[in-house]
Design a protein around this ligand. Structure first.
Ligand code: COA
Length: 378
């Protein structure tokens, strides 16, 4: 390499691979999966159809969807070792940490070992999508000292998750709301967690290791953890009249407001308006508009003061909160939906693999340093 490569902190603006899965159009505020606008997908398709779309790269026919859904539901079981782990994990463990360890453990029970054949990996991809909700929901029951709910095969992915955490089948409205949130979170270009999944599998490691990396990456407050941060922030602020002072204080102290800003979108995150609409409907039904009113004021101030917009996490937090979901399950729910994209991206990475190996701009000493004997070091 003769020319010195350009340095881009955090790889901003760097294209590191090719993908046909999701097109994140940051300047226009458009998001498409395989060419389908998410606004259309969320209104006309189920999460299962979107999962099929990401895994098989086309929308399913009715019979393809039925076969796919059957295969997905057939994977609704966990090895006893993973159930034992869930039941013995500390009750105050973070659900994201339990999910990360649970998915890692799934690899131990895959009897196909290191076989990375595509067909087997496709089956692993479906199994991971079917089992991540079980790990999260079973842990949520176990930590409350409740019995784990027996799995059912007559409920959709979204409906089944709500049934597993609440112990009763959900209403159609709640199921549809979570289903829509799953669709909106399913894939999103080369975000940090997807990137870590692809980096991991590109070493020809394995699917479970890749998804474990992705879960650990999603957990951070600058990524998936932001949705939990939004609720904590709203609780800390407490009431609408305190929003202005809170935002001004954060700006003065250069403290990040959770759920605001995006590395790629320079206009409104296209996932935010739909979630906002759902949040407005749910809070109105609950007769509790406080959280949404506060959110709207924060979004307005941040637009005015910094030219920054709300992102996907800003309103999804209020949606999940209004569905009665505990705050520490918000990021795991993000992981459940993003498992669709992670697994599809891992399959795509393996189809045309190349190891990721960027460079670093070295800033240390550039000459050999003398080694002082240990007893004489200051
Ligand atoms: C998403 C995020 C990490 C993107 O970071 P980034 O690409 O480095 O951010 P930008 O380059 O757009 O930041 C531009 C400016 O806005 C500020 N800014 C960005 N997001 C901000 C936020 N949420 N609150 C306050 N200020 C913010 C930056 O500090 C920077 O200010 P400066 O020019 O005075 O230094 C960042 O916006 C963030 O931390 N948001 C909150 C966490 C979140 O919601 N994450 C979920 C993303 S989907």
């Amino acid at each position: 390499m003769s020319e010195k490569p350009e340095y881009s902190k955090g790889l901003a603006g760097v294209i590191a691979n090719e993908s046909c899965l999701s097109d994140v159009m940051g300047q226009e505020g458009i998001l498409r999966y395989l060419g389908y606008n998410i606004q259309d997908l969320v209104e006309k398709c189920s999460f299962e159809e979107v999962l099929y779309l990401l895994h098989r790269r086309k929308l399913p026919t009715q019979s393809q969807l039925e076969t796919f859904t059957k295969a997905l539901r057939a994977h609704r079981h966990l090895p006893q070792g993973v159930i034992d782990f869930i039941q013995s994990a500390p009750k105050d463990a973070a659900p994201m940490d339990v999910l990360r360890t649970g998915v890692s453990m799934l690899g131990l029970y895959d009897t196909r070992g290191e076989d990375q054949n595509r067909e087997i990996n496709e089956d692993r991809a479906i199994a991971i999508c079917a089992t991540t909700p079980l790990i999260v929901a079973h842990f949520h029951r176990a930590r409350q000292g409740l019995d784990l709910m027996p799995v059912r095969d007559d409920l959709s992915e979204a409906g089944h998750f709500l049934y597993l955490i609440n112990g009763a089948a959900p209403g159609a409205e709640a199921t549809r709301t979570l289903d829509a949130a799953y669709i909106l979170h399913a894939d999103h270009g080369m975000n940090a967690s997807t990137f870590s999944a692809r980096v991991t599998v590109a070493t020809l490691s394995d699917m479970y290791s890749a998804i474990t990396s992705a879960i650990g990456t999603l957990k951070g407050p600058l990524h998936g953890g932001a949705n939990e941060g939004v609720i904590h922030m709203l609780q800390e602020i407490g009431s609408l009249d305190k929003v202005d002072a809170y935002v001004e204080d954060c700006l003065a102290k250069k403290k990040k407001i959770m759920g605001i800003g995006h590395r790629v979108y320079r206009v409104l995150d296209p996932r935010a308006p739909y979630l906002r609409k759902m949040a407005a409907k749910l809070t109105e039904e609950l007769g509790e508009s406080k959280w949404l009113d506060m959110s709207e004021r924060i979004a307005e101030l941040m637009r005015e003061r910094k030219g920054l917009n709300a992102n996907v996490d800003f309103y999804s937090a209020t949606v999940y909160y209004s569905l009665g979901i505990p705050t520490d399950l918000f990021t795991p729910i993000f992981a459940i939906s993003r498992a669709a994209g992670w697994t599809a991206q891992v399959l795509e990475q393996l189809d045309d693999n190349r190891l990721y190996r960027p460079l670093t701009l070295y800033t240390g000493p550039t000459e050999d340093q003398p080694i002082t004997p240990i007893a004489e070091r200051g």
